[in-house]
Design a protein around this ligand. Structure first.
Ligand SMILES: Cc1cc2nc3c(=O)[nH]c(=O)nc-3n(C[C@H](O)[C@H](O)[C@H](O)COP(=O)(O)OP(=O)(O)OC[C@H]3O[C@@H](n4cnc5c(N)ncnc54)[C@H](O)[C@@H]3O)c2cc1C
Length: 394
């Protein structure tokens, strides 16, 4: 059996590891655009802050692949998928045949239309190294800008705050995580930011960057903001260029059923790139978190090896903004919920949102209310209505 895996992140590498355990003689190949063996994107923020060494960010040594008889092709890009003749053409022009193919190619940051030196994106360890280089060049006179209002913006906030650097934050909407937070929860996050000394500009879409070669500022309808470094976190997108004309159904991600099988036989998808049918949440969606990507990698390998079981997991993402603990569990899209119930308040400094659809809890956001996490996770798993839950209120 020839297994071909496109993407050597946590989803693709975990799948390879499980496939190897289940079949000692299979041919397994991982094609990855990056030059590095598997590392933790979750640890990149800690590495940037100097809390974790660069070495510790890596989860596998480069020797691991050979030791497990896995062909590892780093620094190579899949350029075309031919599902009829079952091969993938890669950037060195080779055609790699497969019996079973896993698409685990993740996403890339949505880029700004303009670019200058001093603009930073954060997805890879190379991006992190580039950011460290910029920070050392800018020195202690640096003025930091952040554009965006999601998880990557939080990584920048935490880093710049740790370095005691002045921060200007701008974003297009009027609140952080605009697709998930109710106005009151958004206000709580904004308050934490402003109390933390951030110069915050809401409804401030980026219009332009200023500078010759090096960035000196950026422009929004609120004015010109002088910064020497701009961290950009305006969402991510999958790169489908190599899947064009392959016949694989695409939506927000590569579409799969509950088994992580695509519409094309012997082609599977897992991790951030997969838009899968979530049997727990009861809809087709993309979930972008480490736990989901690792679990899907593990699961899809079992399915590829012949054990056809539906993928089931209630996954979560936790992050801190200046001491405000933010936890997202399950489906937290406002637009997909019938009801969103709010517990706690701005005044108390803690808010939980419970997302309900078809009279069952499907998701939760907890801001400084970690204690609700277990209750909500259980309710999602057990398909309970909100009315059955009892929350502690102050
Ligand atoms: C800075 C940062 C911090 C994060 N922190 C957290 C956190 O605290 N908690 C959490 O749950 N999640 C966090 N995440 C998200 C988490 O890291 C992702 O959900 C997870 O890494 C997704 O894994 P994946 O294997 O699906 O995709 P990826 O990790 O994106 O791996 C996909 C790989 O495929 C390669 N690739 C893409 N296209 C091609 C191609 N055509 N040919 C060859 N190779 C290709 C890419 O280069 C990449 O190496 C964070 C992400 C980032 C960037």
């Amino acid at each position: 059996m020839r297994y071909l895996i496109i993407g050597g992140g946590i989803a693709g590498t975990t799948a390879a590891e499980v496939l190897r355990k289940s079949d000692a003689s299979a041919e397994i190949t991982i094609v990855d655009e990056e030059q590095h063996p598997l590392y933790s994107r979750v640890l990149l923020g800690h590495y940037l802050k100097g809390k974790v060494s660069r070495e510790r960010v890596f989860l596998k040594p480069a020797t691991w692949y050979q030791e497990h008889n896995i062909e590892w092709l780093p620094g190579v890009v899949a350029e075309q998928l031919d599902t009829r003749n079952k091969f993938v053409r890669i950037s060195d022009q080779r055609e790699l045949p497969y019996d079973k193919l896993l698409i685990a190619s993740g996403t890339v940051p949505r880029p700004l239309e303009v670019d200058l030196r001093g603009v930073s994106y954060l997805r890879t360890i190379d991006d992190a190294d580039h950011l460290l280089q910029l920070l050392s060049e800018r020195g202690m006179d640096a003025r930091m800008g952040i554009y965006g209002s999601g998880f990557i913006a939080c990584e920048y906030l935490e880093l710049f705050r740790e370095m005691n650097l002045p921060i200007t934050l701008a974003y297009r909407g009027d609140k952080f995580w605009s697709r998930a937070l109710l106005p009151e929860a958004g206000e709580l996050v904004n308050k934490v930011l402003v109390d933390g000394g951030v110069e915050l500009h809401t409804r401030a879409e980026l219009k332009d960057l200023i500078g010759e070669k090096e960035l000196t500022g950026f422009v929004t309808p609120k004015g010109t903001h002088e910064v020497t470094l701009l961290g950009v976190g305006v969402g991510v997108i999958p790169d489908f260029s190599w899947l064009r004309d392959a016949g694989v159904e695409l939506g927000s991600g590569v579409k799969t059923n509950q088994f992580l099988e695509t519409n094309v036989p012997d082609v599977y998808a897992a991790g951030d790139v997969a838009e899968f049918e979530d049997v727990v949440l009861g809809r087709q969606l993309v979930l972008m978190n480490w736990q989901n990507a690792m679990s899907q990698g593990r699961h899809v390998a079992r399915v590829m090896a012949g054990e056809r079981v539906a993928f089931e997991l209630v996954s979560s993402y936790s992050i801190n903004i200046f001491g405000l603990e933010c936890i997202f569990v399950g489906d937290t899209e406002l637009a997909e919920a019938d009801n969103v119930h709010l517990i706690g308040s701005l005044e108390s400094g803690g808010i939980t949102q419970v997302f309900e659809r078809s009279e069952r809890v499907v998701g939760g956001v907890m801001l400084n209310r970690n204690s609700d996490r277990v209750l909500i996770t259980k309710a999602i798993k057990n398909k309970q209505p909100f009315s059955e839950l009892t929350f502690v209120t102050e």
